[in-house]
Write a protein that binds this ligand. Structure first.
Ligand SMILES: *Cc1c(COP(=O)(O)O)cnc(C)c1O
Length: 230
């Protein structure tokens, strides 16, 4: 890569990969068990192409329309699209066309909408859990976790992978990630193979790795500051 931004991108990616490696070592985990999802929201499709040239295979998007148009534009690029944002029920079947994974399964109605989606292979499904008392923060309330998990297990177009959460901004992320590990254990009682934990962003992925995160969603530490959303 010859452009200045290309060099920076490569350096930031290498730096994050190095820090993941070190954080895994520090807690006795194998970094092979961790999937790095590079969050590319608000950035142009060309950035995803550059990332793919640097070896990135997993990218995250949080808005359906944007993800849909980028994935169409990049049909020739070998990346897996992870949908990580709030998903409207009426857009669910469309998202199923490009999404390899949906990390924001937070209600049974969404599962019902995905049940009739046309998929070649089942979509990897993560149950987003609300780690706060504030319903506006998104995610299923923990007390409704089991019925939601059961609905995914009963849905042929989805494959239950585990749980997902965003740590609250105004507290130490550790206790929040510890709660998430408990919720993960509850889901694994229903399906032992649903052992994935999607947690950890640019500022808290080390803490997430301490508490068992298997899927990190890292944006700005790799891409630099995001442009304003359009
Ligand atoms: C934007 C976003 C991220 C990445 O955030 P950074 O702080 O840029 O690493 C991760 N998860 C979700 C759900 C997001 O919306």
């Amino acid at each position: 890569m010859t452009t200045a931004t290309g060099v920076q991108l490569r350096e930031r990616l290498a730096n994050v990969e190095q820090r993941i490696e070190e954080a895994c070592k520090a807690v006795g985990r194998d970094s092979e068990s961790v999937t790095l999802i590079t969050v590319t929201k608000f950035h142009p499709a060309s950035l995803v192409r550059e990332l793919a040239e640097l070896g990135v295979r997993d990218v995250g998007e949080n808005r359906h329309q944007e993800a849909q148009s980028k994935s169409a534009e990049l049909a020739d690029v070998d990346v897996r699209w992870h949908f990580i944002g709030q998903l409207q029920t009426k857009k669910a079947r469309q998202a199923a066309r490009y999404a390899h994974s949906i990390h924001s399964i937070d209600r049974i109605r969404l599962v019902e909408a995905l049940r009739t989606a046309e998929v070649e292979t089942p979509i990897d499904a993560f149950l987003q859990v609300n780690l706060t008392e504030d319903p506006a923060r998104g995610g299923v309330p923990p007390k409704e976790l089991e019925p939601l998990a059961e609905s995914v297990l009963d849905c042929d177009t989805l494959r239950l992978r585990g749980v997902m959460a965003v740590a609250p901004l105004d507290e130490d992320p550790r206790p929040a990630f510890e709660r998430l590990a408990d919720y993960s254990a509850r889901v694994q009682k229903l399906d032992p193979s649903a052992n994935a934990i999607s947690a950890g962003m640019s500022h808290d992925f080390r803490e997430a790795l301490e508490f068992g995160a298997t899927h990190l969603r890292i944006g700005s530490a790799i891409t630099g500051n995001r442009p304003d959303p359009k």
